[in-house]
Design a protein. Structure first.
Length: 276
């Protein structure tokens, strides 16, 4: 058994995306361009409507997956194939963009707190042109486990304490856990040894991850290993995400992520030709 350690720390960078939605970009910024297979991690959190009200109007994607996890507030997604879905507190959408899709994510509220995450997960070359699909997961379908006293974990993807997350058929074999620790709690869990992994503290002042203090809005890139430990002096919540690295070339242009520049040019041409 090998304990994982922190090999890199990154703080979220304030920025805006969509039609001006204010957010913290944690992965996909100069300090951490990507962590194979993860291309981007954004946290959006505001109770000021002007920070989120314009949302994310229709835009294209090809070649990767987007994962939206809502903590507070409501968003509605829609696409150019007629799909519609509502995301409320505690819900998850795992969207496989595949060969191409035009979709939007718009707030369904005019006031109050809007809080959540969006993660981009790369697809292997063999899956980049699959048909798009959604996994819309309501809060009640996400298992909640208590592996030790003082620890509550929502299992979005992967397995923990006999519970299996509802996300299915994802090439990168992801682990996606929302870990809440009470003051004084300690906890250790298993992770696939070869998976890339990160921990992000998103509530409370700090958490102890892999034996080191990690502050709110700080991400820890974890070393290889098959175990990772958590502790808390005060109540806190940590996002733990892991996935199988693809070790493939990455060509990126905005909302298109392929393996070669030629494929990017093809994606742009297909988008302009209305083939998404």
């Amino acid at each position: 058994m090998t304990q994982r350690s922190i090999v890199r720390r990154v703080r979220g960078m304030d920025t805006a995306d969509g039609a001006g939605v204010k957010l913290k970009r944690v992965i996909g910024q100069p300090a951490l361009d990507m962590l194979d297979p993860f291309l981007l991690l954004d946290e959006f959190r505001s109770d000021q409507p002007g920070d989120y009200i314009e949302g994310f109007p229709e835009h294209p994607h090809r070649g990767f997956e987007t994962v939206t996890y809502m903590l507070a507030g409501r968003m509605q997604h829609g696409d150019n194939h007629g799909n519609r879905g509502d995301l409320g507190p505690g819900s998850v959408q795992w969207m496989t963009a595949g060969r191409g899709i035009l979709h939007s994510e718009m707030p369904q509220q005019e006031e109050g707190l809007m809080w959540g995450f969006q993660l981009w997960v790369n697809l292997p070359a063999t899956d980049k042109m699959v048909e798009p699909r959604y996994q819309d997961i309501p809060p009640g379908d996400i298992p909640v486990v208590h592996p030790v006293d003082g620890v509550t974990v929502r299992v979005v993807a992967g397995e923990l304490a006999g519970a299996k997350g509802p996300v299915s058929a994802v090439a990168t074999e992801p682990v996606y856990l929302d870990i809440a620790l009470d003051a004084g709690a300690r906890f250790e869990l298993d992770l696939p040894e070869g998976h890339s992994a990160f921990a992000y503290v998103f509530d409370g002042k700090s958490a102890v991850v892999a034996g080191e203090s990690l502050a709110r809005s700080e991400l820890a890139v974890l070393s290889r290993g098959d175990k990772v430990s958590f502790a808390a002096d005060d109540a806190t919540r940590v996002l733990l995400v892991a996935g199988r690295p693809l070790a493939e070339p990455v060509a990126r242009y905005g909302p298109f992520v392929m393996n070669t520049p030629a494929q990017i040019h093809e994606a742009i041409a297909d988008f302009r030709a209305g083939k998404f």
